[in-house]
Ligand binder design. Structure first.
Ligand SMILES: Nc1nc2c(ncn2[C@@H]2O[C@H](COP(=O)(O)OP(=O)(O)OP(=O)(O)O)[C@@H](O)[C@H]2O)c(=O)[nH]1
Ligand SMILES: [Zn+2]
Length: 327
C-alpha cells in the first residue's frame, strides 16, 4: 500500500503541517465548544444559558454581521464560568429550526427576526381591557403559520368578559384555546407548554407579565438576568427573553407589540398550514391567494360540494385577509 506522506498522525505532531490551508480560509472547528441558548440580548451582550449556568458573551469578530437572536443555540468559548464580571465569546450560531419574524409595519420591507427555534406561538389576548381585536390575532396567526409554529390562543381576564365569541371564531381553524382569569388553574396551559419552545406574543396590557410570573415565579433567577431586562420597564427593551420551564421546554416572552407587520409573508402559502384546505387549493389557479372573490379559487367549489365547511373556509379567509387591514 502506498504510503500517504503527510497524513500520518505522527507526522508534524508538534509542529504545524506544511500542507495546511492558508489561515484566512481555515474555518476553526468549534464543535467541541460549549453550547447554550440565547436567553436575552441587552446592549450587545448576549445572555446565554449553558446547562444551568448563565453566561454573558460578546459576539466574536468572525461572526461578522451574522447576529444571534433569542432562542438561538450558540457556541461559546473563553471564560464560560459565568462568574461575575466575566465575558465569554460567542463564536458560532447553530442552524435554526424556525424563525418567527415580523415587519414593523406593512410599508416596512425590513424583516425583523424576533425569535429562533420556537415551535409554538402563544397569542395572549385579553377578553377586555384592552378589548380583543380579531384582526391582530389573525395577523399574528399568519406570521406563526408562515414560520411553521403551531398556534395556541391564550385568553386572559375571563373575569371581565366571556370568551365564547372568540372561542367560536377560532374553532373552525382548530386553534386550541386556554382561558385564564386571576387564580385560575394553569395545569392545562402547563401541559401545552411542556417540552416545547413557546413564544408569547400580545399587546401591551393583556396580562403577559402577570401570566409569566404565575407560571415561573423564579424565572429571573434561573437565567441570571437582573431587573434591567425583566423588571418593570422591560418593555422598553426590543429583545425577547427566554425562560426555561422547570419540567422541560422554554417560554419566550416578547415585548408588547402594537402592530404586527406582515410584508415579508406570502399569503398564498398560509393555506399549507391546513392540510385539508391545501389539498383543495392544489386545484386553484396559479398564484391564487384564496381570498373571497378570487376568480376560480377552488375553495369556493369545495364549499359548494360540501367537501369542506363554509365556516372553515370563511375563517381561513378572514385570517389571510387580515394582512390587508391596518391597526
Ligand atoms: N381583571 C384582570 N386583570 C388582570 C388579569 N391579568 C392581568 N391583569 C391586570 O392587567 C394589567 C396588565 O397586566 P400585565 O401583566 O402588566 O400586562 P402585560 O401584557 O405584561 O403588559 P405590558 O407589561 O404593558 O406589556 C395589570 O393591572 C394586571 O393586574 C386578569 O386575568 N384579570
Ligand atoms: Zn384559491
Amino acid at each position: 500500500m502506498a504510503r500517504q506522506i503527510g497524513t500520518d498522525d505522527h507526522e508534524g505532531f508538534d509542529r504545524p503541517r506544511r500542507r495546511t490551508r492558508p489561515r484566512t480560509k481555515q474555518k476553526p472547528d468549534y464543535s467541541d465548544a460549549e453550547i447554550g441558548t440565547v436567553t436575552s440580548i441587552t446592549r450587545g451582550r448576549y445572555h446565554v444559558l449553558v446547562g444551568d449556568r448563565p453566561v454573558i458573551a460578546v459576539k466574536a469578530r468572525q461572526l461578522g454581521r451574522k447576529a444571534a437572536i433569542v432562542g438561538d443555540r450558540v457556541r461559546v468559548v473563553g471564560d464560560t464560568s459565568g462568574d461575575e464580571g466575566t465575558l465569554a465569546r460567542m463564536v458560532e450560531v447553530e442552524e435554526r429550526t424556525s424563525v418567527l419574524r415580523r415587519t414593523a409595519d406593512d410599508d416596512d420591507p425590513y424583516e425583523r427576526p424576533i425569535v429562533a427555534n420556537a415551535d409554538q406561538l402563544v397569542i395572549v389576548t385579553a377578553l377586555a381591557d384592552p378589548p380583543p381585536r380579531t384582526g391582530m390575532i389573525d395577523r399574528i396567526l399568519v406570521a406563526g403559520f408562515d414560520a411553521h409554529l403551531s398556534p395556541l390562543l391564550c385568553l386572559t381576564k375571563a373575569d371581565l368578559a366571556s370568551p365564547e365569541a372568540l372561542i367560536a371564531a377560532y374553532e373552525p381553524l382548530d386553534v386550541p384555546v386556554v382561558v385564564l382569569e386571576p387564580g385560575s388553574d394553569l395545569s392545562e396551559l402547563r401541559e401545552r407548554l411542556h417540552d416545547r419552545v413557546s413564544v408569547l406574543v400580545g399587546h401591551s396590557g393583556v396580562g403577559k407579565s402577570t401570566l409569566v410570573n404565575r407560571l415561573l415565579p423564579d424565572a429571573d433567577r434561573a437565567i441570571g438576568v437582573v431587573n434591567e431586562v425583566t423588571g418593570r420597564g422591560r418593555h422598553t427593551s426590543t429583545s425577547a427573553i427566554a425562560l426555561p420551564l422547570p419540567g422541560g421546554g422554554w417560554v419566550i416572552d416578547t415585548p408588547g407589540v402594537r402592530s404586527f407587520g406582515l410584508s415579508h409573508v406570502d399569503p398564498s402559502t398560509i393555506v399549507d398550514a391546513f392540510p385539508d384546505l391545501a389539498e383543495v387549493a392544489a386545484d386553484c389557479p396559479r398564484g391564487c391567494d384564496h381570498r373571497t372573490g378570487t376568480l376560480g379559487c377552488a375553495l369556493d367549489a369545495a364549499v359548494a360540494t360540501g367537501r369542506v365547511s363554509a365556516e372553515r373556509v370563511n375563517s381561513f379567509r378572514r385570517m389571510v385577509s387580515a394582512d390587508r387591514e391596518s391597526f
